[in-house]
Each structure stands twice: as C-alpha cells, then as structure tokens.
Design a protein around this ligand. Structure first.
Ligand code: HEM
Length: 206
C-alpha cells in the first residue's frame, strides 16, 4: 500500500507538470525532439539504454522535478532520541517537515531559480550535471524508496511522449509559463489546464 500510494500520484503529477512545460516552451520541446530523433530515431520507442545519449531530455526531466517540486514538504520525520543540529534541540518524537522548496528554489544555489532552464543541468562538455542540492526525492537514509523507479518511468514516458506527439496549447489559446498555479494537496500539482497532443507521424509506430 505504501508503494502504491507513494508511487502513483507522484509520478503522474510530474508527467502533468512536464506536459505543461512542454506546451509552454516549444523551443525546449523542439530541442528534446531533435535529440531523440538524432539518437533514437522514430522507428522504435526510447529505452533505458538510450538514457546516456539523451542528456538534454534528462536535464528537462530534472528541471521539471526541480520547478514543480511535487513533494513540497517531503514526508514528516521524528527523531527516536533528542538530537542537536546547529545549536537547535530537536526533542525525541518532535515532528519535522522539511521544506524542500527552500533548497530547490534557493537563488544562492541556482542563480535564477524562477526560470525554467534545463541547461542548468548540462555541463559545458555536454554531460549531465547532478548537483548535491538537487533533492526532489529528498536526502538521507529515508529518502524516496522509489527514486530509481520514478526516474525510469519519467524518462521512458516523457521521451516516448515527445517522440510521438507535439504538445501544444489548445487551438487559439496560449499557456503562460509564468502564470502557472499549483495546488498543494497530497502532492503539489498544477491547476487543471488543457493541451493538445498532435501525432507527429502519419502512422502509429510499433
Ligand atoms: C516523481 C516521483 C516521486 C517523487 C518526487 C518522490 C518524492 C519522495 C519524497 C520527497 C519522499 C520523502 C523522503 C524523505 O522524507 O526523506 C518520498 C518517500 C517515499 N517514496 Fe517517493 N517520490 C516519487 C515516486 C515514488 C515511487 C514511484 C515510489 C514507489 C513505487 C515511491 C515510494 C516512496 C516511499 C515508499 C517513500 C517512503 C520512504 C521511507 O520513509 O523510508 N516514490 N518520495
């Protein structure tokens, strides 16, 4: 039950955010599609073996995880004995709710945290950067048990989505990346929005 609850809405909400960012940033979407086309083609679906070569696609997913911050207060924890951290006493049993957003949107770490910029995760040599402060799955011994599964699901789903579909706002409408509003419930989800998913190729791929 823990795996089911923690593993469904989290990943699907992240895919919803990804659809929003794809629809609002056609420039980024084109770059992801070009990378997929060059490294995977359009005759077969991307697989985990392609992850190494789809650096920008993976950087996009990391930026979605950073910006959308779906587990905004992580999970509550309590120490089993009194502990001292930087002069603060945390008594045994005291509930702590970590504020992940304070790290994922800290200007001292990211420079321009308010901008959606996958490039921040790509080095000058074109390799993927993994800063210690990138903690959407939190950190420490009790960090997300499903991180590798979630990252696999996000990679396979989002790369396949962009390979097959062009994600756009509804006809005659615009979606503004700066006007996104989130709702904090079990996860931090975007308010409902509409998109169009236009098949890129004339026929379905196998
Ligand atoms: C985008 C997807 C996901 C995000 C952002 C996410 C994020 C998190 C965060 C922030 C925590 C709290 C960690 C802590 O307090 O130290 C957590 C815990 C957990 N997550 Fe995830 N999660 C995701 C997907 C999944 C998936 C797919 C599964 C399993 C199938 C899963 C299973 C769990 C479990 C079991 C815990 C509790 C771990 C523990 O208390 O030891 N999560 N997750």
């Amino acid at each position: 039950m823990d795996l089911f609850i923690a593993g469904t809405e989290t990943t699907s909400t992240t895919v919803t955010w990804a659809s929003f960012y794809l629809a609002t940033r056609p420039d980024i979407q084109s770059r992801i599609f070009a990378e997929i086309k060059a490294n995977v083609g359009t005759e077969r679906l991307p697989s985990m073996q392609d992850k190494q070569s789809l650096v920008y696609t993976e950087a996009f997913i990391m930026e979605v995880l950073r910006m959308s911050n779906i587990a905004i207060f992580s999970a509550p924890h309590a120490p089993v004995a009194d502990v001292w951290i930087r002069g603060f006493r945390i008594p045994k049993g005291m509930q702590i709710m970590p504020d992940i957003n304070s790290v994922l949107s800290d200007p001292a770490i990211w420079g321009d945290p308010e901008n959606f910029r996958p490039e921040r995760f790509v080095s000058e040599e074109g390799t993927l950067l993994k800063p210690d402060e990138f903690i959407p799955f939190f950190t420490g011994r009790r960090n997300c048990l499903g991180e590798s599964l979630a990252r696999m699901e996000l990679f396979l789903f989002i790369s396949a989505l962009v390979q097959r579909f062009e994600i756009m706002p509804p006809e005659g409408e615009t979606l503004d990346i700066n006007e996104v509003d989130g709702i904090c419930g079990a996860t931090h989800a975007p308010k409902p929005f509409y998109i169009r998913a236009i098949l890129r190729h004339g026929k379905e791929m196998n």
